[in-house]
Every structure is written in C-alpha cells, then in structure tokens.
Write a protein that binds this ligand. Structure first.
Ligand code: SAM
Length: 295
C-alpha cells in the first residue's frame, strides 16, 4: 500500500485545493481535523455492530463544545436534542450503546456540512426510527428532506413474517432554505407502466421517487470488490448527482470498499474517504488508485 506519512495528530488534513484523500484511521479523529463547512455532501453507512466493547454512557457529552469552539452547537435543536436522546437511550439499551458511538460522528458531520450541504445516513429497519427522531432533534425538524427506501429482492426469505428487503436512507440538509438539489442530473428510471405516458416520456424515463428499487451487489456481479458490505454504485451515483455539482467535496467517513468515492470521482466531484480497516483501505486503493494517508 502506498502511504503518505501521518502529520501531527491535530494538524489539518485537508484544504480546499487538496487532492482527493483516502484516509486510514478512526473517522471521529479524522473529521475533527477537517474545517467547518467544508463539505457539500456527507454519506454515512455505519456498521450496526461497531466491534467495540459496549458501555453505557450518559449523553451529557453531546452538549460539550470542543475546546476553543464556542459555536459548536449553533444551529442544533437546542434543549430538545438532549431530552430526545435521553428518552431514546433510556428506552432501548442497544440503541444507547450505538448512539454513544454514532452521535459524536453525526455532530461532526453537521459541523462539516456547508450551508448548501446534505447528509445521507444509511441504516436498516432496526435503527432507522430512533435515528430519525434523534436527527430531527440534532438538525431541526425543518432540515429533514427525505426518507429514502432502497428496496431489493435477493437472498433467503422468511416464511414467518414479511421478508425484510429494504434499507432506509435518512436525508437531512444543513439549511432548508439554501440546500443544493439538482433533479435534472439524476439518472432516470423506466416507468412502471410506460403505456400510460407518451412515447417521448417513456424513452426519457422518470425521475426516481423516494423508493429506489435497485439490486444489491451480487457475488458474481461486475461491480463486486469482495468487500462484504459493498453498496451498489447506482445508489451512490443518484445521491452524488442530486446533492452535489461538479467540483464539490464529498465525504464518506465509513467508506468500506469506496463506493461513494468511486461515484464521486466518476462524476467529477472531489472526495475524502475514511475507514479504519486495513482490508477496506486495500480494496479502496485498488479501486480508486489513490495513495493512503495515515491519520
Ligand atoms: C457498512 S461498511 C461501509 C460500506 C460502504 N458503504 C461500501 O459501499 O463499501 C462500514 C465501514 O465502516 C468502517 N468503520 C467502522 N467504524 C469506523 C470508525 N470508527 N472509523 C472509520 N471507519 C469505521 C468499517 O471498517 C466498514 O468498512
């Protein structure tokens, strides 16, 4: 793996003229080294099981500003954030542990988004409802943009309940009056009933709604990198197309196989991809042809 050396642990890792970055390290520490309002799009696809010893914590840390950052919580949902998170964490221990891991990373993501920026948080049915309430409180309810359902139909199916074949992607904007969204650039999809629209419309296809039918990355598929949780390029292309313009910066703190980074680079966007796993970095380096920065 080609590497560039680690700087001082607090030194800024990035400036607007930086090349695209592939960073090996814990995403919380790395995000803290990026400047305020520097990213147009942040996509997070965290693992549910963080692999760390789980510990119960109070949520008081969420209101502590970082040293020297007097404005750290400007724009947050204020008191309701604390109350909401405490209510959620007292209701479900498992979520409390997960939230202790995720909350400081989402707070960093909020800080890093610019005024026109958008956050996409990719979860499944086990956490999506808690996360939505918590994000409403963190960003403000008026900053909620969409709940995207990514539906697929692959693999074993339960006979004891409706087989669960979807993920949820929560979409929040930094500023509901200023956010960037360009539906013209989004890949269109076939009409379900093309006979009901004009031939011209049928050829052009339709704008996707908030329910995205898209196959997973199959074990024999063309896109396959071998990384177990790889997401389809088609999903990330849509996200990048809608929420950024050419030249904008995209951050993926849980980068895995580098799907977001690949979509961003193919579409002429700039990207920072972070992961703490050596295996992920090896896959991304092959896929993207970038050097690795060790944080
Ligand atoms: C669900 S996978 C992401 C898959 C990715 N979206 C893709 O398409 O390949 C989650 C990734 O987060 C990484 N990860 C988990 N905790 C992390 C942390 N604290 N800092 C950086 N990466 C982390 C894991 O190593 C894993 O690669």
């Amino acid at each position: 793996m080609t590497e560039t050396g680690a700087e001082h642990p607090d030194a800024p890792l990035w400036h607007p003229g930086s090349p695209d970055l592939l960073v090996h390290g814990d995403n919380l520490a790395v995000m803290r080294r990026l400047p305020d309002a520097s990213m147009r799009l942040i996509y997070l696809d965290p693992p549910f099981n963080t692999g760390r010893p789980q510990q119960r914590r109070t949520t008081s840390h969420v209101r502590e500003a970082e040293p020297g950052d007097a404005t750290a919580w400007r724009g947050f949902g204020g008191q309701s954030y604390i109350r909401t998170v405490e209510a959620l964490t007292s209701y479900d221990d498992r979520f409390a542990d997960y939230w202790a891991f995720l909350a400081p990373r989402l707070e960093q993501a909020w800080r890093l988004l610019d005024e026109r920026g958008t956050l996409y948080l990719h979860l499944d049915y086990r956490e999506a409802h808690y996360a939505k309430v918590a994000l409403d409180a963190l960003f403000g309810r008026d900053c909620f943009l969409n709940e995207i359902i990514w539906a697929y139909d692959y693999g074993a199916k339960s006979r004891r309940r409706w087989p669960t074949k979807h993920d949820t992607i929560l979409v929040y904007v930094k500023n509901p009056k200023a956010y960037f969204f360009d539906s013209k650039e989004v890949d269109r999809e076939p009409y379900m009933a093309p006979g009901l629209v004009t031939a011209e419309k049928a050829v052009r296809g339709k704008l996707p709604t908030d329910v995205w039918w898209h196959t997973i990355v199959t074990t024999t598929g063309r896109e396959k990198t071998g990384y177990p949780t790889q997401k389809p390029l088609g999903i990330l292309r849509r996200i990048v197309q809608a929420s950024t313009a050419e030249g904008d910066w995209v951050l993926d703190p849980f980068a895995g196989s580098g799907t977001t980074a690949e979509a961003a680079r193919l579409l002429g966007r700039r990207v920072i991809a972070i992961d703490e796993s050596e295996a992920a970095l090896a896959v991304m380096q092959r896929r993207l042809g970038l050097d690795v920065t060790r944080a």
